[in-house]
Design a protein around this ligand. Structure first.
Ligand code: DGT
Ligand code: CA
Ligand code: CA
Length: 573
């Protein structure tokens, strides 16, 4: 058994244990073990045969996993895994992952109906066979159908941040190959889309065969989908695909432009080229009349050939970018080091993992000038949200800490105040008025109809104590659709009351989206990019937010937290 197969067994063990609600430490041990094996660049079987080596020295492999690994290498199977598999059929695990269903209901469905695949489940719902079952109803049946659709997408697309982890690993891997002369990532990853369907890698190789061999030797590869002369595709993990394309050096710019896309962008580019008697493809730019080659080694050349300045990949969605490029009016997009403060984060006082002091130190080490502590308010009981008394205690604590950060970091007294289901804020006005910074956010009643949910947001925006609306549409990528909110009305109200709107940088949220951001920019509504950090590491997601801002065409001037706190306050609060 090779390392990858053993790692796959450990992952499956973790999945099955998780389904059964077993001890999280045990589950994590299997996942860590799996990761350790995937990152190991020599055969586990060989290490075990060498009496001078000790596999349990490897981080992530403890005594238990060592024994399991030995057993797998020796016999090729684990009785415990077989037992778990028999108890929990694969389809039940898949059902349990459907948003809104969960483990209990999945097990129940499996008792009532004969299901082998998720398609069987879909058919059962469509034929109205689920709504009549005990513990279910027509509403649950619809939740399952909706969830199946979301799960289907989720199985196919990764968050950009997950794609980025893979890119990092694969970049390091490919750089170890001497025959790689040049490489660049293209596709939706380069454009910074919120999710990526697959990854597209371009390489100039001095020896194609060797580069392809090296690509296939990537330790996270689970399968080779195809291998041709200039293209290879591998699968990573269960379902994710990475495409490698080998191109000639003089074609690199044209190929990079072509495979970065988007398709809509490329269609428009080709149309412009045609008007000038040119043809653009992945091999270069050519004169149509005599097929003679014009250029193609750099992207700049390709855009120049149609009289355009180079267009940043984040703007290549086939929207306004050509009109702007033609006017030489492309914005100088926001950069992450222009962000000076972070105005949304949680601490151990509610559902965060770090104390105020730890968050402040982490913010300092990341070069921030100011932060707002914005824990949840009381309605968010799951997170032990703060009532007025505990909130004021927290503020006393901030007062006590502040002198230690004098001149280095401003720590603001904030709150992420829930907008109640019936409308209105979760904390009294006199309390909110004492805060330096008030975020308003919806956490409950997210399925209300458009009028109800929009009215709640409008009410919050009209409240003089509210400064900013956090994650304004409530979406969770791959998992939860946005609220049915009238964003046009929300933006008009924000404009009227001079309120700020958040771009939540959490890679699973990225809320507002790029289209909303462009629209806010057009109306001169200030955006605040925030991490919503629940730990010190959580502060690092800022760069995803900045990328999303770039996709919306935002420059530093559109983003309020590129200002100093003093300026931001004077200007907007
Ligand atoms: P994804 O992978 O779904 O997140 O999105 P992309 O944009 O990465 O799409 P992908 O991987 O299918 O192709 C990468 C780029 O290559 C795409 O943005 C434009 C270009 N491309 C690929 N196939 C075609 C095609 O059949 N026609 C055109 N015009 N362009 C293509
Ligand atoms: Ca792609
Ligand atoms: Ca692709």
């Amino acid at each position: 058994m090779d390392n990858i197969k053993i790692a796959n067994v450990f992952d499956e063990m973790a999945d099955l244990l998780e389904f059964r609600g077993e001890n999280p430490f045990r589950i994590r041990a299997y996942r860590n073990g799996s990761r350790a094996l995937r990152e190991l660049d020599e055969s586990v079987a060989a290490i075990l045969q060498d009496p001078s080596r000790d596999l349990s020295q490897l981080p992530g492999i403890g005594k238990t996993l060592l024994d399991k690994t030995k057993e797998l290498v020796r016999t090729g199977s684990l009785p415990q895994l077989e037992k778990l598999r028999a108890e929990v059929p694969e389809v039940v695990i898949a059902m349990a992952r459907i948003p809104g269903l969960g483990a209990k209901k999945a097990a129940l469905l499996n008792q009532h109906l004969t299901l082998r695949t998720l398609d069987d489940l879909r058919r059962a719902c469509e034929q109205d066979c689920v709504s009549g079952l005990k513990g279910f109803g027509s509403k649950t049946q619809q939740v399952i159908l909706d969830g199946l659709e979301i799960a289907e997408q989720a199985a196919q697309r990764l968050y950009w941040s997950q794609g980025d982890e893979l890119v990092e690993a694969l970049t390091a891997h490919m750089q170890r190959c001497d025959e790689v002369l040049r490489m660049e990532w293209a596709g939706s990853y380069r454009r910074g889309r919120e999710t990526v369907g697959d990854l597209d890698l371009l390489v100039v190789a001095s020896d194609r065969g060797k580069v392809m061999d090296h690509f296939e030797a990537f330790n996270q590869r689970s399968q080779t989908i195809l291998r041709g002369d200039t293209k290879a595709s591998i699968r990573v993990g269960k379902a994710f695909q990475v495409d490698l394309r080998l191109v000639e050096s003089e074609q690199f710019g044209a190929a990079l432009q072509y495979f970065t896309g988007s398709q809509a962008h490329n269609v428009q580019l080709r149309k412009l080229a045609k008007h000038k008697g040119l043809k653009v493809n992945e091999y270069g730019v050519f004169r149509i009349e005599d097929e003679s080659r014009v250029c193609g080694s750099t992207e700049e050349e390709v855009y120049q050939s149609v009289d355009l300045q180079w267009i940043p990949p984040e703007l290549r969605e086939g929207r306004q970018e050509f009109a702007k490029a033609k006017e030489n009016d492309l914005p100088k997009l926001l950069e992450v080091d222009q962000v000076l403060g972070d105005l949304h984060m949680h601490t151990t006082d509610t559902d965060g993992e770090a104390t105020i002091r730890e968050m402040a130190d982490a913010a300092l080490s990341r070069g921030l000038h100011y932060i707002a502590i914005t824990d949840h308010s009381q309605r968010v009981s799951m997170a032990m949200g703060l009532g007025t008394e505990r909130l004021r205690k927290q503020w006393e604590q901030i007062d006590a800490i502040r002198p230690d950060y004098e001149g280095r970091l401003i720590i603001l007294k904030g709150i992420e105040c829930d907008i109640l289901e019936k409308g209105g804020m979760d904390l009294p006005d006199d309390c909110l008025a004492e805060a330096d910074w008030v975020l308003a956010a919806i956490h409950y009643g997210q399925k209300q109809d458009q009028k109800q949910i929009t009215d709640r947001l409008l009410g919050a925006i009209a409240n003089p104590n509210v400064d900013c609306v956090a994650h304004p549409t409530g979406r969770l990528l791959n998992r939860r659709n946005p609220y049915d909110v009238d964003m046009d009305a929300v933006m008009s109200a924000a404009k009227q009351h001079r309120k700020l709107l958040e771009l939540n940088a959490n890679p699973a949220r990225l809320d507002l989206n790029d289209v909303h951001l462009a629209s806010a920019k057009k109306r001169s509504i200030p955006i605040v990019i925030s991490t919503d950090a629940h730990s010190t590491d959580g502060l690092d997601v800022m760069r995803y937010g900045v990328m999303q801002a770039r996709r919306g065409g935002l420059v530093a001037g559109d983003v309020a937290n590129t200002l100093s706190w003093k300026e931001l306050k004077q200007r907007w609060l």
